[in-house]
Design a protein around this ligand. Sequence first.
Ligand code: UP5
Ligand code: MG
Length: 188
Amino acid sequence: FKEKNPLIIFVLGGPGSGKGTQCIKIAETFGFTHLSAGELLRKEINSENGHIILDTIREGHIVPSELTVNLIKKAMESSDNYKFLIDGFPRNEENRITFERILGVEPNAVLFFDCPEEEMVKRVLNRKEGRVDDNINTVKTRLKEFSELNPHVIDYYTKRGKLHKINAVGTVDDIFDQVRPVFAACEA
Ligand code: UP5
Ligand code: MG
């Protein structure tokens, strides 16, 4: 896989920070393949390990790293593209280390959508997709996991000079205006 020389961008941010919304725009504008880790997991709910995934997501906890990383790996390998947005991953240091171990590569850059909790809660509870985790109790656990674990991942990439922090409050287009230069630089 390494030989494909992939361009990998991790997209981080709390629940409802707008990762998915911005990734769709980035993918369209800059020709990336958008892989949401949460979406890949939700698609596996009816498979062999499905009960673990469903129970974990319903509780708002984090699915075992190997399971998630292998789904991401499979999706990357089956794509003809070499440019990938990995949305909502890694959630913790163990996720990050497992990805590096199994794929043998690191991301080229990391986007972090920084959003206040009240705004994230409002967005998630207004969403009408019928997700099993979009209820007030699960949102509380998702936010707690995020606030405890995400800073370690952010620190790691900050130290490596890979982090691009985006203010995730404002209209979708305002936010995309902050995102665009990061990718314009990649293309140059
Ligand atoms: N919206 C978007 N942008 C807006 C803006 N600027 N102004 C106003 N509204 C805006 O947006 C959320 C909602 O807000 C939408 O209705 C949107 O229209 C509106 P969205 O773009 O969907 O936000 P996003 O950050 O993608 O929120 P999401 O809920 O998907 O984030 P999570 O990180 O919680 O969910 P994810 O799908 O990544 O993970 C779900 C679960 O899977 C996790 O809780 C975990 O249990 C599991 N998981 C793992 O275990 N491991 C992983 O690696 C990944 C997931
Ligand atoms: Mg999402």
